[in-house]
Design a protein around this ligand. Structure first.
Ligand code: TRP
Length: 336
């Protein structure tokens, strides 16, 4: 059976864009006859989720929210291995070994680091590395350990993460070249081409970094308030409207069934008030996430139970990571 793995960085409260673009496709993939491992990359989040902006309670809360979200949306922890990265210490030992085989130049070109450094350079900074910690710089190496520890075939990721998966392959190749071709399995990135792209309330791609997200499991009242913030123009209610250019419509289309979408488009062409359009969207979101929100609220009210479940998942993951690490240690000549 092919083994698939992906990591979720707990850096923000999950939103509708996450559900449509990543969580649902991953859960579907897990139930399609693959061996799935999904984990919360809390030590990757630590590269940015720390003081002065964030405290320890924030990292804890974000980790819990992400776990509860995936469970509420249907991840089945009895078939999908679901765990916290930090509960698998083998990953951090493996990451060190991988570092010793990673040319520094590869990290200079890794886009997360390069983007920050390039921006500093463009701004005429004398020290382009100011404010960049070694966690950010070496981020792709820990990610390579996350993958290579588990003999992974497929890594479903967004486009922005493809380079990181390629770095994992390159590192694996180096070790295999040095110690034998069977040491580490070569993973491939899997980009979901049909994943829904969802705009945020300002019309740009929904993203925490744009501060334009519609949170998934906010209480009804709050959700309604956010939907009302979606940007519109000043066209009068009775004027016919082009659904394709409307953010409200684009979000609706990503959620609703084709027949509902067609009916909504018809109302646009006949002339619809923005208030009515927003009400239709809000009600449709409520229908879409209502039951999951009830599950989410119950899950989040019992953090101990989530912890237990994640720890049990980590035990299973550690068995695999331990075997890989043992193989690597023997190959390189470490320990007994
Ligand atoms: N870097 C990924 C992101 O930011 C999260 C991640 C960490 C990951 N480790 C991984 C994804 C391993 C896939 C495989 O989204």
């Amino acid at each position: 059976m092919k083994r698939v793995l992906t990591g979720i960085k707990p850096t923000g409260t999950p939103h509708i864009g996450n559900m449509l673009g990543a969580i649902r496709p991953a859960i579907e993939l897990a139930s399609s006859g693959l061996d799935a491992m999904y984990f919360i990359a809390d030590y990757h989040a630590l590269t940015t989720v720390h003081p002065p902006k964030y405290g320890a309670a924030d990292l804890k809360r974000l980790t819990l929210e992400v776990a509860a979200t995936w469970l509420a949306l249907g991840l089945d922890p009895s078939t999908t291995m679901f765990y916290r990265q930090s509960d698998v210490p083998e990953l951090f030992e493996l990451a060190w070994v991988l570092q010793c085989f990673t040319p520094k130049g590869w990290m200079n070109k890794a886009h997360a680091y390069k983007a920050v450094a390039d921006a500093a350079r463009a701004a005429g900074e004398t020290d382009v590395d100011a404010g960049i910690n070694m966690g950010v710089y070496g981020y792709p190496i820990l990610m390579a350990a996350d993958i290579l520890a588990f003999d992974i075939d497929l890594v479903p990721v967004g486009k922005d993460q493809v380079q990181h998966v390629e770095i994992a392959r390159d590192i694996a190749q180096r070790l295999n070249h040095a110690y034998g071709a069977d040491l580490l399995r070569m993973p491939s990135a899997k980009i979901d081409e049909d994943a829904q792209l969802v705009p945020g309330v300002d019309g740009r791609k929904m993203s925490k970094s744009y501060d334009n997200v519609i949170p998934l499991f906010a209480p009804s009242k709050k959700l309604e308030k956010v939907v009302k913030q979606i940007a519109t123009d000043s066209t009068p209610p009775e004027a016919p409207k082009d659904p394709a250019t409307s953010t409200i419509f684009q979000i609706y289309r990503a959620l609703a069934r084709p027949d509902e979408v067609a009916a909504f488009a018809e109302r646009y062409r006949a002339g619809i008030g923005w208030g009515d359009a927003k009400k239709t969207l809000f009600e449709r979101i409520e229908v879409e996430i209502g039951e999951a929100r009830t599950r989410y609220d119950a899950l989040i009210a019992d953090p101990g139970a989530i912890d237990e479940l994640l720890v049990a998942g980590a035990q299973r993951a550690r068995a695999i990571a331990g075997a890989t690490l043992g193989r690597v240690r023997r190959a390189i000549g470490i320990g007994v």
